[in-house]
Design a protein around this ligand. Sequence first.
Ligand code: 0RA
Length: 662
Amino acid sequence: MADNSYKESDIKVLKGLEHVRKRPAMYIGDVSSRGLHHLAYEVVDNSIDEALAGFATKISLTINKDGSVTVEDNGRGIPTGIHPTEKISTLEVVMTQLNAGGKFDRNTYKVSGGLHGVGVSVVNALSEWLEVEVYRDGKINYQKYVRGEPVSKVKETGKVKEKTGTRVTFYPDNEIFKDINFKYSTLEDRLRELAYLNKSLTIKIKDERNKKENEFHYKGGIIDFVKYLDENEKSLTGKPVYVEGNKDNIQVEVAFQYNESFNDNIYTFVNNINTHEGGTHLEGFKSALTRTLNFFASKNNLIKSDKISLTGDDFREGLTCVISTKVPEPQFEGQTKTKLGNSEVKGIVQTVVNEQLGNFLEENPSVARKIIDKAVRAAEARRAAQLARETVRKKNSIDSFGLPGKLADCSISDPEQCELYMVEGDSAGGSAKQGRDRRFQAILPLKGKILNVEKARINKILENDEIKNIITAIGAGIGNSDDFDVSKVRYGKIILMCDADVDGSHIRTLLLTFFYRHMREVVDAGKLFIAQPPLYKIKKGKQEFYAYDDAERDSILKSLKIDKNKIKAEITPEGEINEIVEDETGAVPEGKVAISRFKGLGEMNPEQLWSTTMNPETRTILLVTNENASAADKMFRVLMGEEVEPRRKFIEENAKYANIDV
Ligand code: 0RA
């Protein structure tokens, strides 16, 4: 598809779907794995619209053995009669014409905005093939398409009793998408979220490739969502507080509770779309929460010291909240078009929360006291943190350029070209300092395990030396919008380099937790990466090879025409083959082969570290992304929180998929 000779001026008007194939990113954001999954969401969204209109109650998604995806609902079915102006089946119009679905206005709260609601025809255009079956008026109607073009007319292929609905099966076009492999867990996270947001719906997911399946139906809706997010936390409020209301066709639902952690987690949705950047609904909630709780506290004389004033931040410590709004004509703003702009929504949310939360506090004074107590402790910690921040700042202005002594900085000053390697251990740090390209690569060695920020308040975090070094090396502050400025980050890439063992993965998780909780903008900006050191070195004569996993090791052995079962090898309990046959010069005699497993980065000399893990020409680094914020949040809480049992279970269930080796 990539046609480099194409210029805007060459072709004035492209027919709808042709344009989708020329410029897929304009419709689905990008053609990475993210865009691929967006295809499935788009089809599901059409079924969700049918549910929001009051007609569908069940939706199922199946990843088929061949890698195609089927989405089926029990709605009215896409109309199949002849379209009044197009003179062909309406089904064909909906499937092949851009934005045709919109003309029907099936419901007030369409899932549209941002990249949502581009229409099922976009999915069709970007699929190698797509089949649709409509169950309506006692008949089955069917049509197939190849890259968006029908290969036959709409045909009646059978009869049904009672049954109505729509079934779409599509196989993404690998001329458009490099990777057409759907990830079960990614789709599962989104479908679970949709089931929480639409309490009358039952959503099933099934993976025919490996027989995984799940079914989601939550009678309690977003109340259940909050409980799920806080599954491993102790609730301060007993059960979530729930408020709802509507005005001028705008519907508001909020569920929240407090737990004993120090994080705040507020998820906001408009017409089922996660508004990552917040907006007017969030503003309305925050201001009502602060006002109502402060009012209750002062009315009941709950703040003993007059030195303390409680701010919004204090009232959000330990808060887990889901805000779901339905807005007829949502305006989306912000960088990623996920910020609600409609100003009228703020007042509506504010009124609903003020009134109903006020009543709740009056009726549950002991819960109210607990919330206020927690906020008071948060305020005290916030004051201590301010002092700690000032000492960090002062220390910076005294040291030369304020950078930590352990940091070996790079010489180029343009941040975009620079990389910061955060390296586990002083010895690997030393090798990295010698092996690096000092023009653009900086090294910050980290001593042992950094503080688990999941279990510490901000003042304690700021007292930690290792964390202070990280903050000053990055140079953009710490925390949310006010205290962190992503434009000041001193490096284009921040690369975590840890050993490929249990301790290494623990340290990596601690670092990821720190970035996720306290420098989320670094993650969102796509600046955080994980280095991939090799696991094995294979030597034959003077030749050396590196393998990054077992499969690569085996394929190297195969290309050297060596049967791994025939080498006289020692296989350790970890499954490693350990036969090292080197002479005093370090060479291995021809025919013989040496395989060694790197136990840690420190075992590699500077040249090896450079050529395998740091040289931009040859290394592999993994970008850390945050696809689904609530799923990521839950993962960190499970991995780093207080409770041991859920952690063990999570790791057992995910070790195969998530590259977490324990
Ligand atoms: C247009 C009009 C009508 C339904 C749909 C589209 C529809 C589309 C999809 C896509 C997936 N599932 C769907 N279910 C329905 C309704 C027209 C009518 O019957 O009045």
